[in-house]
Design a protein around this ligand. Sequence first.
Ligand code: G3I
Length: 353
Amino acid sequence: MASQTRRRLWLFAILFLLGAHMTTAQESPLSLRELAAQNDFRIGAAVYTSHLNDPAHAETLSREFNMLTPENEAKFCELQAQPGQFDFRRLDQLVAFAQQHDMEVHGHTLVWHQCLPSWVANGQFSRDEAIGILRDHIYTVVGRYQGRIPIWDVVNEGIADGGSGLRDTPWHAMIGDDYIELAFRFAHEADPNALLFYNDYGAEAMNAKSDAIYAMVSDFVERGVPIHGVGLQAHFTLNTINSGSIARNIQRLGELGLQVQITEMDVRYEGDTTADILSQQADDYREMLQTCLDSDYCTAFIVWGVTDKFSWLRGANLGFFNNPIVEPLLFDDNYQPKPAYHALLDALGQYSD
Ligand code: G3I
């Protein structure tokens, strides 16, 4: 065969293969994580150590998310169940997983009224003793993970529902109103580079509770208390999102110089899962992410779990909710993406460069 014909055949073959590859490459969808990376945005999920034993869980988590929140492992009762006896094994496992997969860890949470061991909750400590316990816990935990956990929910759910003041908790009872400020100051002393957040639920939109949070963090900013952001948990009931009001709340917090993050989103409903419910759920997720992305101040969007099968909402005795077959997250029990997942892809895609 003439050498010119051979060259033309080789050229044709190369162009054909390149074309095929480009078609394939163009067709392969980007993950949430890949789209988020194009916007320097954090997309995260809560994870419980034991769930990492499921290979599909670990694979989905590292493929789709660039941030993880320890669902329970960084809480007081998990880390210091007995006075002075810290157990970091499970949190270390999650931090190692995050480092292995180039993910950021959103630390959750240093100070809360739940997951508080009885030796603290029922300890009958003086104010100074309680402040010492608070400082020692925060110094020990935040200090250990300095440079590995760049952001902390310092205080979780410290404002009373309805915004009538501070929630009545053991920390508040033992120390007084300034326990929240002290917690932020101790966390900053333990890691001056960590971003320190206040985190709460039911205060996403403009309401009495978000007004009370705004008043507290405004005071902190004015007095130089080290705080960098507010977490909106976003545990929603289906079709109840008021994105305009949420946008106004994010805006006023941002204008204080604070970041806002969506920290624990899931969308629940009673009864069986229908196509209409999954469609509305997808709209809810899309609306919340778009509201975050439309803002200059919203820096992360975290869902409270990877797969429906491990959702806390499937648990019994929640008191406020009972639907053991609820499907509140982005991936179903078999890690198959749901309409809500595709809705987030759409929202992120339209913001990508
Ligand atoms: O690990 C123990 C296990 O050894 C024991 O056999 C079992 C039976 O009691 O309990 C297990 O611990 C449970 C833990 O979840 C891990 O499954 C605790 O009892 C249970 O109270 C704990 O619930 C967590 C809850 O916070 C309280 O800490 C949920 O998983 C978690 O999703 C939920 O998350 C909270 C956020 O931290 C704050 N915002 C609200 C959100 C939902 O409540």
